[in-house]
Design a binder for this molecule. Sequence first.
Ligand SMILES: [Zn+2]
Length: 477
Amino acid sequence: MAKVSIINKVTNFSEWYDNVVEAADIIDKRYPVKGMLVWKPYGFKALKLTMRILEDLLDEYGHEEAYFPMLVPEEVFGLEKDFLEGFSGETFVVERTISRNLQRKFLLRPTSETVMYYMFRYWIKSYRDLPLKLYQTVNVFRYETEHTRPILRVREIIRFNESHTAHATPEDAERQIKEAIEVYSKFFNALDLAYIILRTPKWDTFAGAEYNYDFFTLMPDRRAIELGSVINLGQKFAKAFEIVFQKEDGTHEYAYQTCYGVSERVVGVLMSVHGDDRGIIFPPNVAPIQIIIIPIVYKGTEDIVLKKVERVFKQLKDKKFRVKVDYSEKSPGEKFYYWEMKGVPIRIEIGPRDVEKGVVVLVRRDTLEKITVKDEEIEGKIRELFEEIKRELSSRSEKWLNENIFSAEKLEDAVRIYNEKKGIVKVPWCGDDECGQKIEEETGLEALGFDPEEKIDGICSLCGRPAKHYMYLGKKY
Ligand SMILES: [Zn+2]
């Protein structure tokens, strides 16, 4: 399994990705259910560290964590008709035990709107109960009919962080949408991922929603991938689920709701975007191992080298760094490749001469630059390098995304540009839904959405009427 190979990430992305997620001990694909993965401890640690950043942010912004059940009675699931229709093709049904049929049908949550809102109606009675801001991080199940891809497109999403809020006024729900966008922006910034935020065109809007925004970034194969969604549900679910509250003036109204979600997909994306031909590069804040120490021993110098290795290890561990020593029998060169592939941000090499001189050699994973530092400066230098690595990853990701967004005035130019360069191409659009769908048809590309704030001066690339927005086109994961 621990195969180390150098694969060009950009030209052979599929091969690179499939190789890296297994060779680096992120997941094991051999479990015999398609789209359901085993996460190995190393990968799972990265996932936990990543999700913790988001949960801390949600807590900071006044959300509370709760837990709701995995099974949804069929009749509850069907209360909001658009939602039922939107998820009917991908929702698993539980209707029997091995030997008996059940009296009711249950569905495995593909997302938890119906589960939570069934309870919200008991909890929300007065304007004093609002706003309500909850989240949970749970597994959800979606029968993906398209090709599954490890972590990126799966049938069991194992860490779906879904937030659900309820508000007394449409203005407060709007404010919540802005807050959610702020939370997610901070989250993706913390992962050093560049993104664009687009409003989804109407015909692609989340089932049962008024409108939604998606965060997109660009994978190494120049296809767009959705990182997270922020959704304004309006009162549609409140009406379906009877979530009614008494206002200050004594009258009654349905609550206004929002929801937003992010999943483990973000870990698949950050490994892909930050990695290089040698393998993964984890940002230090989510790296399962932040520092790997490699003893360089020769006959007769084992004692002094290992003594120093132990000392440096203990010093860093005491300071709460996630640090490990590779004592295996492999050669130093093999160890270098192996830990580079696994994405450890900093390697420390300690050999007999370093012991003599009172120094160690630090190697950055992102640039492979070697830096010799005095023993007493190790800790400070590592903290400094962590910051520099994050800045470097972030600017690479920004550059990759920006270099691959193009614009075209005419549809035929958009198609030509896409065929040459892939990425994302934006074209002027009048804002009319029918026109937008025709743009998709004529270009054979998918509409990712539009930025309502972006200024535009031009005519629709399809109908020639004045343009209202740039429509962003590409191919989605
Ligand atoms: Zn038009």
